[in-house]
Ligand binder design. Structure first.
Ligand code: TA6
Length: 315
């Protein structure tokens, strides 16, 4: 059976294992990303994006009508097989944060450090490109040995729409956490606010996970901030006067929103994070974490969607 030649460079042909989609529209090509980590490049009339096979990781996204990139990426990020990428949209699955029983297990689960397979790509007449990537198996981790299929559907257009669908392929129920850990590119976190969470209690990681009542006001940043907002299905709005834009983070199938900025000390402590980069990024993460875990019976599925839109002011 002759190998399908997907691209001219024969070195890339061993990537055929990662691409089972039968055809790629002209707006989509497979490339050697940073440090030769295989990447899917999307460039259509509607938007451009970069997606790494590792972690089905959206590393960049910019609508055609928007002046600057929307997602943040550390200049110090690793781009090495098996190491998390610091920026864009890491997929946290099947647990969030450190594993409760095995601190040596990969933080935020194994999904973001494994190669996903590109199984389908479509472009509509408006230039919106939909890509389906799949991670499936059983026993991928001793901490979570279940048989499952995960499909990450990424729709690249004037809106970035990402849907993580998990299916239980096994014979018994399983429970998991999940998050689309989105890093946003902002002018200065000290001048940004996040609305949409005013009525939500949150777990304050900086206070040992203590539950803190609703603040009644938009979130503002004066120090390291690491909060899991509970029982929230509402959109969040990031107001960034420095970039004269407003980013809306809508969602479906998610009951928790995580807000994170490492500030000075934690930025210094992370080797894959520039010492002074903390001012230019903010995470607003769409998830089901902590008390909002999901349990699936055999054969059942659950989908969680993040919907990201940008509006530039004075345009
Ligand atoms: O986003 C919340 C958080 O859990 C923080 O506590 C911080 O650890 C961040 O995720 C980054 O995690 P990572 O494993 O990517 O360094």
């Amino acid at each position: 059976m002759p190998r399908r030649v997907l691209w001219n460079d024969p070195r890339m042909n061993d990537l055929a294992r990662l691409v089972t989609a039968t055809s790629l529209p002209p707006s989509v090509r497979i490339s050697e990303g940073r440090s030769a980590l295989p990447r899917i490049d999307v460039s259509s009339a509607a938007a451009r994006a970069e997606i790494y096979f590792q972690g089905a990781h959206v590393a960049a996204w910019q609508p055609a009508a928007i002046r600057e990139p929307v997602l943040w990426m550390s200049e110090r990020s690793h781009f090495e097989a098996g190491k998390p990428i610091r920026g864009g949209v890491p997929i946290c699955f099947p647990w969030f944060g450190a594993h409760p029983a095995n601190p040596a297990a990969p933080a935020h689960g194994f999904a973001r450090v494994r190669d996903w397979r590109l199984i389908d790509v479509r472009e509509d007449r408006d230039g919106v490109v939909a890509l389906d990537l799949e991670l499936a198996g059983e026993g991928l981790s001793p901490e979570w040995p279940h048989r499952f299929t995960a499909i990450h559907r990424i729709e690249v257009g004037p809106t970035l729409r990402m849907t993580l669908e998990v299916r239980n392929d096994g014979d018994g129920a399983f429970t998991f956490e999940e998050a689309l850990h989105t890093y946003f590119d902002i002018a200065d976190v000290r001048g940004v606010s996040v609305s949409g969470l005013e009525g939500c209690a949150y777990l304050d990681t900086m206070a040992g996970g203590q539950r803190v009542g609703p603040s009644g006001a938009p979130v503002r940043f004066t120090g390291e901030t690491d909060r899991v907002y509970l029982e929230t299905r509402d959109a969040c709005v990031i107001d960034d006067p420095g970039k004269q834009r407003v980013i809306t983070v809508g969602k479906r199938g998610s009951d928790a929103t995580v807000v994170w900025n490492p500030w000075v000390a934690k930025a210094l402590a992370m080797p894959d994070f520039g010492d002074h980069e903390w001012t230019g990024m903010l995470c607003v993460e769409t998830g089901n974490v902590n008390v909002h875990t999901r349990t699936l019976q055999p054969g059942k599925s659950h989908a969680m969607t993040a919907i990201i839109e940008v509006r530039e002011l004075n345009r």
